[in-house]
Design a protein around this ligand. Structure first.
Ligand code: ADP
Ligand code: S3P
Ligand code: MG
Length: 165
């Protein structure tokens, strides 16, 4: 199956489910945002505020290309660059954790760690609508996450990848 990439909007559970999926599949797990924070010794918020979104996107594209194995929790904006989409399609299996806007709003509420969530409701929704089309259009599998626990989702992905029901 090569590398397993989890994609989806902020709050869809990529980081949480990725960790569990790594355990289930007994593969190493990399959370791209945590990796960038460890490498730069800066928080994602600080990178955005001090260096700008474009610098963050450069780090993100660089990190994506360094990962050769395992389960990868991407950041919600990985689809903003076509080169990232093409890289993931070529290297592995892409799984979209599909989550409704209202469920994401419940999960993130007034989260302040995600710079792009700290926007007005209409801007959040606009970003959500723009991104959802992208996620859906290039995922190999779509997994709905509303009303499911993270362990249940990891097990569902395990079944999909291993082709049993
Ligand atoms: N299936 C789920 N059901 C309920 N809460 C969830 C689910 N998946 C994630 N969460 C919660 O939503 C928040 C964001 O999850 P996270 O894994 O950081 O998402 P992402 O990495 O996609 O932004 C966390 O508080 C997490 O515990
Ligand atoms: O959607 C985005 O553009 C972003 C999502 C975040 O990751 P999560 O999707 O894990 O929250 C993080 O990479 C950064 O704040 C930008
Ligand atoms: Mg995350």
């Amino acid at each position: 199956m090569g590398i397993v990439y989890l994609i989806g909007f902020m709050g869809s559970g990529k980081s949480t489910v990725g960790k569990k999926l790594g355990n289930v599949l007994q593969l190493p797990h990399v959370d791209m945002d945590s990796f960038i924070e460890e490498q730069t010794l800066r928080s994602i918020s600080t990178i955005f505020s001090e260096m700008g979104e474009n610098t963050f996107r450069n780090y993100e594209s660089d990190v994506l290309k360094k990962i050769e194995h395992g389960v990868v929790s991407t950041g919600g904006g990985i689809v903003e660059r076509r080169e990232n989409i093409e890289w993931m399609k070529a290297k592995g299996t892409v799984i979209y954790l599909r989550t409704t806007f209202s469920e994401i709003t419940n999960r993130l509420h007034n989260d302040s760690l995600r710079p792009l969530w700290k926007k007005s409701v209409s801007e959040r929704r606009q970003l959500f609508e723009h991104r959802c089309d992208l996620y859906e259009s290039f995922a190999d599998y779509v997994v709905d996450t509303d009303n499911k626990g993270t362990k249940e989702i990891a097990e569902e992905i395990d079944r999909l990848l291993n082709n049993y029901i």
